[in-house]
Design a protein around this ligand. Structure first.
Ligand code: AMP
Length: 259
């Protein structure tokens, strides 16, 4: 069974975001870019499933500019088998991403697609859900545990079987059973992604990255949303030191009005 892992190139989570002076978006000039952290968790989970004999191949796919090949290469250095780069020079919204991923899934016929629950740049949390709907597959979102009960039905074929996904929901944990093929999205506690080892970084240089375009999947990536304005969050006001517990209580009651 193949596992497909979509990985997005985003501004590194350590970078302090700067908004462009004209408010048209985030300034990406000379900014460090990395793999979306939830996608690293998705790659890690796919690798663990392959290592446990539940999958035969891990394929990573990224939709983005030529530099997204670096993001794919990072996943290949972690241990993924091969990559697909769907080249798009303009930002692609989740709806178009989901349509392109549907095309990739129809070509590759994976038993499982593991995505991040959300990309930390747009915080949309939409792609996995829309992809599952387009494919007509079951979905287990916000996964903190993934257990596959699958039976191989031949190389390149989709497995018969099920996947149990434990989901992090508001009230606690919910476990659902999905028939394969299925879509899973990762939450933070699913696993701790590995670092790429030097030998694996060297090996990754020889792995293939196939190049495609949105047109190959018949997808129009023109934006449907118009960004009106991007603004920085208001800066936090400085705190004050209080002299005693009584003063703290008085200020909370009289100034903050919270007690
Ligand atoms: P979003 O719905 O934008 O929050 O993204 C959710 C997940 O969809 C991400 O964690 C990725 O796994 C996947 N994804 C979104 N955009 C892309 C992209 N351009 N290329 C590859 N995967 C993507």
């Amino acid at each position: 069974m193949k596992i497909l892992v979509p990985v997005k190139r985003v501004v590194d989570y350590n970078v302090k975001i700067r908004v462009k002076p004209d408010g048209s978006g985030v300034d990406l000039a000379n900014v460090k870019m990395s793999m979306n952290p939830f996608d690293e968790i998705a790659v890690e989970e796919a690798l663990r499933l392959r290592e446990a004999g539940k999958a035969s191949e891990v394929i990573v796919v990224s939709i983005g500019p030529a530099q997204a090949a670096e993001t794919i290469r990072s996943a290949l250095s972690m241990g993924a088998d091969r990559g697909v780069l769907v080249k798009a020079e303009q930002p692609v919204e989740p709806l178009a991403v989901a349509k392109i991923l549907k095309g990739v899934a129809e070509a590759e016929r994976p038993g499982l697609i593991i995505l991040g629950k959300q990309a930390i740049d747009d915080d949309c949390n939409q792609t996995g859900q829309m992809l599952a709907a387009f494919l007509g597959w079951g979905q287990g979102t916000f996964a903190s545990k993934v257990v596959i009960e699958a039976e191989e039905v031949g190389a390149g074929e989709v497995s018969r079987g099920t996947v149990d996904v434990t989901r992090e929901v508001d009230g606690g944990l919910q476990t659902v059973t999905l028939k394969l093929p299925a879509v899973v999205t990762t939450d933070l506690r699913l696993n701790e992604p590995r670092y790429a080892s030097l030998p694996n970084i060297m090996k990754a240089k020889k792995k293939t990255i196939e190049e495609k375009t949105p047109a190959d999947f018949g997808v129009d990536i023109s934006p449907r949303l118009k960004i009106l304005k991007t603004i920085e969050p208001p800066s936090r006001k400085a705190g004050v030191k209080v002299g005693s517990a009584a003063e703290l209580v008085a200020r909370l009651r009289n100034e903050a009005g919270v007690i």
